[in-house]
Design a protein around this ligand. Structure first.
Ligand code: KG4
Ligand code: ZN
Length: 365
């Protein structure tokens, strides 16, 4: 264990210091991730990470099959952790603390990561932090763009979540400003890809096809944008249904489906609503920095439109590089580092997975 780490025996609080190294483990969905970060004087730096994906095994089902994901995590966990150490050029004895996704996610998948993390923490006698996956996505950005200012609004867009978050302190104070009332943005991408017969995961495929289509070809609905609708909440289920109806009608009429135009028009509707509501919330709440994180933050059109609209509104925009947007272990290590640097009571050795973990809980007890 590092000499840096300090433990307040009375309170049970552990405080990590510059130089301390955190191993992060991610297994909430279909990616097994392990990453190593070092705490610096003013933030965290990525030392190395590794990812194993079971996405190909789910593709023929058009979505993640939980049992397949759990088994794949079991097989991939130890090799992935070893590869992360090799990539980082670090030895296990240098690790000061372990961070693991405690939730939200698939119950069986989470358990594999939590069990592995508890075993490593016990064997190496280091503290364990069970952290929130959603907040981890936002923490990924600190590996690239440094500390998060206190006046930050994050748009978290993934396969399971679409949320606007006020990030007062990434290590412990995050509050929800808005959320989806039905499908997540990534879920809408995956479902539309499925109905177009494009494969899984749908986001990257639609992103690629949309680049060759006309975003104005079909006017798809923008959910929850009426004057009486909740300003900061999202809805994508109506959009998905509208795409399905449009495709069915074209098939009934015997017209060929202009797949690129459908993708581009669908994507425009998603990016339009996400960016409009984000800019509005940041402006209304007086928050000057916007971070976009999660798998859908890899989307080309979302990134471009967010740049345009944030610049026009005088907001500073931060988006992690594409490899750090989708699930990975580095983001979980980063969040554990922020939690530990702030000073926190480590999670119990009885830590379990929490599939429904709320974003207000950054660290599981
Ligand atoms: O954050 P993530 O890797 O996993 C979850 O926590 O859910 O997000 C996965 C989601 C999937 O729905 C996938 O289709 C979507 O992110 N995605 C994208 C792109 N890359 C991944 N959506 C739109 N455009 C992309 N380039
Ligand atoms: Zn995720």
């Amino acid at each position: 264990m590092s000499q840096n780490l300090s433990t307040d025996a009375a309170a049970g609080t552990v405080t990590l210091k510059p130089g301390d190294i955190v191993l992060g483990i991610e297994s909430s969905c279909d990616e097994t991730g392990a990453g190593l970060v070092r705490i610096t004087d003013d933030g965290v730096e990525l030392l190395g990470h590794h990812l194993a994906s079971s996405q190909d095994e789910h593709a023929r089902f058009g979505g993640v099959v939980p049992e397949i994901a759990s088994r794949a995590h079991l097989e991939a966990m130890t090799p992935t952790v070893r590869s992360a150490f090799a990539a980082a050029g670090v030895e296990p004895r240098q690790v000061t603390a372990i961070s693991v996704t405690s939730g939200p996610g698939l119950a069986g998948a989470l358990l594999v990561g939590v069990a592995a993390a508890k075993a490593y923490a016990g064997a190496w006698d280091v503290p364990l932090f069970g952290v929130n996956h959603v907040v981890g996505h936002v923490a990924a950005d600190t590996l690239e763009h440094g500390p998060i200012p206190a006046d930050t609004l994050a748009l978290l867009v993934s396969g399971g979540h679409t949320q606007l978050l006020r990030v007062t302190d990434i290590g412990g104070e995050v509050t929800e400003v808005g959320t989806t009332v039905d499908d997540a943005a990534g879920e809408a991408y995956d479902k539309v890809a499925r109905l177009l017969g494009l494969g899984y995961p749908g986001g990257p495929i639609i992103d690629r096809l949309a680049a060759q289509g006309d975003p104005t070809a079909i006017k798809f609905p923008r959910g929850l944008t009426g004057s009486k609708d909740s300003a900061y909440d999202f809805s994508f289920s109506g959009l998905k249904t509208s795409v399905a109806r449009w495709v069915e009608q074209a098939e009934r009429d015997g017209r060929p489906i202009p797949v690129e135009d459908v993708c581009a028009s669908f994507q425009e509707a998603v990016a339009d609503v996400l960016t409009a509501k984000t800019v509005r919330a940041a402006t209304d709440l007086g928050l000057g920095t916007v971070i976009i994180a999660g798998g859908v933050a890899a989307n080309g059109r979302l990134r471009t439109l967010a740049e345009e609209r944030c610049a026009a509104a005088g907001l500073t925009l931060r988006v992690p590089r594409i490899g750090l947007c989708t699930d990975n272990g580095a983001m979980i290590a980063a969040l554990g580092a922020h939690v530990g640097r702030r000073g926190a009571v480590p999670s119990s050795p009885l830590l379990s997975g929490d599939p429904g973990m709320q974003v207000s809980t950054v660290l599981a007890s």
